[in-house]
Design a protein around this ligand. Structure first.
Ligand SMILES: [Zn+2]
Length: 288
């Protein structure tokens, strides 16, 4: 039996990180699974509230479970950025392995109170489910942004992180450490990179001693990612890079086969292109 908790424990011991990639269709799921299978490394598939609205909670849960069972492979499913208890409960009931319960936009005390309540409710449904909580501000939207938001004032403070973890009983913490959701056009072009506050990651890790998730990993400097993992990051989220590859390859596939209407003759272009991105990120996260 593959368990996400064991995979995270093992990753922490080995000083590597588990890649988390979002899905909104079968192209993305096929690409992510193919890359993880090729490298023989565990992987987490994520679906945000918007992505779940499109593919269906129970449908994506069934697909991911079918891959895990048929190939005896450590692939897991996370309910990414869930903003209400009702949506979190739906995901837990559908069979998700973990839930990111994200009330980071609320005042700290309210975030603590509601996250604690969610941890208890979700573990009643499935005692093995892992709950991730979030404090600080890492922006919203895994898309191309016109300008970088100023997130510097709401970086996660280690003492606050400790209090949040102790009062809520979460299994995983998502801190704000210079990361942000989405990418700027200059990052898509490879002209600029995101940079992380590595010493803050190390301080948070030494106070909370839980797996830490780096959200908004797309477009981050490779060397910063390596240092962040060494400092205590155990899960890295990549979404926008996959979306950019998906769109470009789809346009290319349609252009190359101008008269083609058979989806499975066009979509493999997108699968291959997204798979290349996932492969390069998984190699980085696993020190290969
Ligand atoms: Zn995120």
């Amino acid at each position: 039996m593959h368990s996400l908790r064991n995979v995270l424990d093992q990753a922490q011991k080995n000083g590597v990180a588990v890649g988390h990639f979002n899905v909104a269709d079968l192209v993305l799921l096929k690409a992510i699974f193919a890359a993880a299978q090729e490298l023989k490394v565990p992987v987490i598939v994520g679906a945000s509230e918007g992505e779940r609205r499109f593919v269906g909670d129970r449908q994506i849960a069934t697909l991911v479970r079918s891959l895990r069972d048929e190939f005896d492979f450590p692939i897991f499913l996370n309910a990414d950025h869930t903003h209400s208890l009702a949506k979190a409960v739906e995901a837990a009931k559908a069979g998700f392995d973990s839930v990111v319960f994200d009330l980071s936009a609320l005042p700290f005390e309210e975030n603590v109170r509601q996250t604690k309540e969610a941890v208890q409710a979700l573990k009643t449904i499935n005692p093995a489910i892992l709950v991730e909580g979030e404090i600080g501000d890492i922006g919203t939207g895994s898309e191309i942004h016109e300008a970088a938001p100023d997130l510097s004032k709401r970086l996660t403070n280690p003492a606050e992180a400790k209090r949040f973890v102790e009062s809520t009983g979460i299994d995983i913490l998502a801190p704000a450490v210079g990361n942000m959701h989405g990418m700027l056009e200059s990052m898509v072009q490879g002209e600029t990179k995101k940079h992380l506050d590595i010493s803050r990651i190390a301080q948070i890790k030494s106070t909370v001693r839980l797996p830490l998730t780096l959200h908004g990993g797309s477009g981050t400097d490779d060397d910063d990612v390596r240092k962040a993992i060494a400092a205590g990051i155990t899960i890295v989220h990549i979404n926008t890079e996959l979306r950019v590859a998906w769109r470009h390859a789809l346009e290319e596939g349609l252009a190359k086969k101008a008269n083609e209407v058979v989806p499975y003759k066009i979509l493999p272009f997108a699968v291959e292109s997204v798979k290349e991105v996932v492969l390069s990120r998984l190699r980085l996260f696993n020190g290969r």
